[in-house]
Design a protein around this ligand. Structure first.
Ligand SMILES: Nc1ncnc2c1ncn2[C@@H]1O[C@H](COP(=O)(O)OP(=O)(O)OP(=O)(O)O)[C@@H](O)[C@H]1O
Length: 369
């Protein structure tokens, strides 16, 4: 397949259902050829609508959809060379695995011998060899998913669209199938667009994560960018793993690369800021500090001046195996949590009710938009 054929470009995409409500409200995005892209967002944010418009099951109210540089609005899915894998898998219950996989080729008029040969090659690729003669109800959920994926992939689409493909599986299988989806995407070498409301799923799978809210893109980029460098409170809270609190800007520290902010009822702390980006003194700013960047000190311990600190009482503890989740007094209205590596925690443990000092490298905090 020629390079670049699976690149997707969404330009000014709008979808309104009743002429008023905009399920999708002006989306601009380029998904590179061969990328694994995850749309992530809460229920109703427009993820499925975008997927259906790329697939060709729905037309945008406005805007252009280009696949491989070609405007595909108005073209049927077959003409776009897209394939969709649904939540329910939609396998034919009376057809064997092999016949389910070969079915799409039958619809396209391929001769029987030829399509069974293609189906067997695909069965080999997705490691379903021993199950080829079984019916769907004789398969596990994970195996059914593999058949559904093989059935979508056999038409050699340039883009494969997956709507919550893992939601029907239990937790353990979900993690296993996640790795398998990634492996299959790499084997097939085509663009995958996957819709999910699960943050772990998106960051584990995707080359590109697109975080959505109410028909808009809030942030799009590599998984690590959206997780470690969220732009705003919404993205930070949706991706998780961060403390986000509001603080008042006290001094903008011109030229020093830091601003000084004061969280409610607490001492000021320093937060790095890019040149020319300092908010006005007196304004309110949202600050993010990763939970796993926060260390807990005893109130009597001396503090390295490179650290920012917030004193607080331990409200609750949760053992998580590799770390301990320590909930401290909230900062204003926002909860404040430290993820302390379990060995570190148990070397000098804290009890609920103890006073503690949360500390982090000043340079690791982030000023959000
Ligand atoms: N056929 C339709 N007619 C009217 N409104 C619709 C239609 N399909 C979707 N919507 C509305 O558009 C919005 C976006 O829906 P969409 O299914 O794209 O969201 P989603 O992010 O995929 O949510 P979920 O995770 O629950 O599937 C919702 O408010 C939904 O009610």
């Amino acid at each position: 397949m020629a390079k670049g054929r699976g690149e997707i470009e969404l330009a000014g995409i709008v979808k309104s259902y009743d002429g008023v409500t905009r399920a999708v409200d002006g989306i601009n995005l380029k998904i590179p050829d061969g990328a694994y892209c995850c749309f992530l967002g809460p229920s109703g944010c427009g993820k499925t609508t975008i997927l259906r418009m790329i697939a060709g099951h729905e037309d945008p109210t406005d805007g252009e959809i280009l696949i491989g540089g070609e405007d595909v609005v108005g073209l049927a899915p077959v003409e776009r060379r897209t394939a969709m894998m649904f939540q329910s898998y939609a396998l034919f219950p009376h057809l064997t695995v092999r016949d389910n996989i070969a079915f799409a080729l039958r619809v396209r008029g391929m001769a029987k011998a030829e399509r069974l040969k293609a189906a067997d090659a695909m069965i080999e690729k997705v490691k379903l060899g021993e199950l080829a003669d079984r019916l769907p109800n004789q398969l596990s959920g994970g195996q059914q998913q593999r058949v559904a994926l093989a059935r979508a992939a056999i038409t050699e689409p340039r883009v494969l669209l997956l709507d919550e493909p893992l939601s029907a599986l239990d937790e353990q299988l979900r993690v296993q199938m996640r790795a398998e989806l990634r492996r299959m995407q790499q084997d097939l070498g085509i663009t995958f667009v996957h819709v999910t409301h699960t943050q772990q799923e998106a960051i584990a799978l995707a080359d590109m994560v697109v975080v959505m809210e109410k028909g808009h893109i809030r942030q799009a980029g590599p998984a690590r960018d959206v997780y470690a460098f969220p732009k705003d409170r919404y993205v930070a809270e949706f991706l998780g793993g961060q403390n986000v609190f509001t603080a008042k800007v006290e001094a903008t520290g011109a030229g020093e690369g830091f601003v000084t902010v004061r969280p409610p009822d607490l001492q000021p702390i320093r937060v790095p800021v890019a040149p020319g980006r300092a908010p006005d003194a007196g304004s309110l700013a949202d600050i993010a500090v990763r939970r796993d960047d926060v260390a807990l000190l005893k109130p009597s311990e001396s503090v390295d001046p490179a650290l920012s600190t917030l004193p607080g009482r331990v409200r609750a503890l949760e053992y998580q195996g590799s770390f301990v989740k320590v909930m401290l007094d909230p900062v204003g209205r926002d909860e404040f949590i430290a993820y302390v590596p379990e060995r570190t925690f148990f070397a000098t443990p804290f009890q609920v009710g103890d006073l503690a000092v949360a500390a982090w490298q000043a340079g690791h905090a982030r000023l959000l938009a």
